[in-house]
Ligand binder design. Structure first.
Ligand code: UT7
Length: 327
């Protein structure tokens, strides 16, 4: 089977920082509650003029420069997002046009916080099958646009950002195994009910705040821990790799307590877990992407290291990806 690796990474975080102290002025909360219950200190918010595709393009440009690949050489662009610029066309087509990636097919996928792991897995299949050589995968979100800033149960959690990776065939290392899971029976625990074909936009859907994220956090918490631990164990087993051989686990950044509980369940020590949730909060599909990019930039991942991406989100969906770094 062809080996597919990541040869370039990039990120973009909007400039505006919203701290826990800022949130104390908006809703009845405290820096102490947010930090101890979630691990979050601050998050980034997109500028009024910035849409998801703008974040995605900035991350993509950095990833292409890092990979030394020209936009014209891309054959596939996949954007994982649940906050597209508009229902259609896809963010990926806007990115394709802005980058000038004239040869690339482009589409979005909706797999919430597991979106980046899902998209990496899909892009890999196209390259393994020989359909395309160079693919660009982006996780990009502007969750601030679908956050109810009067709901303290959700508004303290989310942020905006984008992370990108260029995938191509490599001679050594690369993606060792992937696993994707889904259980649609729990779709009610986390969703955005308004604006689709079930509840088309009306004055009433707006008045009823149906265009904001709805979440039952504590129910999700338990399932997240179980499914992320399971996904990590499955990709290791599939690739016949021991946990002790993994340099770094890069999990979806929803809650420090979830990440620590997953680590405890699979028997991992804190020094081998990458976390940047304190700076950015939960950026859905962008979280795992940005975490991977920053781990690489900080020198925590080097050629030959094995890393494990592990994510969980609305659907419910989850997935993991084991990669031997090839750059
Ligand atoms: O991204 C992938 C999917 N997302 C997740 O996996 C998220 C999973 N869930 C979580 O991370 C956590 O459940 C939360 C961080 C969302 C909430 O933490 P929790 O420990 O589960 O809190 P809770 O919802 O059980 O609420 C505990 C208390 C409640 O008060 P009472 O009923 O005990 O008096 C809440 O009203 O904390 C209260 N509370 C707050 N207090 C201050 C909820 N939000 C806040 C807040 N500030 N922002």
């Amino acid at each position: 089977m062809k080996k597919v690796g990541i040869i370039g990474v990039g990120e973009y975080l909007p400039k505006h920082v919203l701290t826990n102290a800022d949130l104390e002025k908006l809703v009845e909360t405290s820096d102490e509650w947010i930090k101890t219950r979630t691990g979050i200190s601050q998050r980034r918010l997109a500028d009024k003029a910035e849409a998801t595709s703008d974040l995605a393009v900035n991350a993509a440009r950095e990833a292409l420069a890092d990979a030394k690949i020209k936009p014209e050489d891309l054959e596939l662009i996949i954007v994982a997002t649940i906050t597209p610029d508009m229902p259609f066309p896809s963010v990926a087509t806007i990115v394709q046009n802005t980058l000038g990636a004239k040869k690339a097919a482009a589409f979005d996928i909706s797999a919430a916080c597991a979106g980046f792991v899902y998209a990496i897995s899909i892009a890999r299949q196209f390259i393994v099958a020989g359909a395309y050589k160079n693919a660009l995968v982006i996780g990009a979100e502007t969750l601030s646009r679908v956050t109810d800033w009067q709901d303290r149960g959700t508004c303290v959690l989310f942020g905006d950002g984008a992370g990108a990776a260029v995938l191509t065939e490599v001679s050594r290392g690369g993606i060792m195994s992937t696993y994707l899971g889904c259980d649609g029976t729990h779709m009610g625990l986390l969703n955005l009910p308004g604006g689709g074909s079930r509840n088309p936009t009306t004055h009433q859907t707006v008045d009823n705040k149906m265009h904001f994220i709805k979440m039952q956090g504590n129910e999700l918490f338990k399932i997240a821990v179980r499914r992320m631990a399971e996904a990590a164990e499955i990709v290791l087993r599939q690739a016949n790799v021991e946990l002790s051989d993994v340099k770094l686990i890069i999990p979806h950044q929803a809650n420090t307590r979830i990440i620590m509980a997953v680590a405890k369940k699979i028997g991992l020590t804190e020094d081998r877990i990458y976390m940047n949730i304190a700076k950015y909060g939960n950026m859905s599909s962008a979280s795992t992407a940005v975490a991977m990019v920053e781990a690489v930039k900080e020198g925590k991942v080097e050629k030959g290291d094995i890393i494990l991406l592990d994510a969980f989100g609305a659907g419910l969906v989850w997935g993991a990806c084991l990669i031997e770094w090839s750059k």
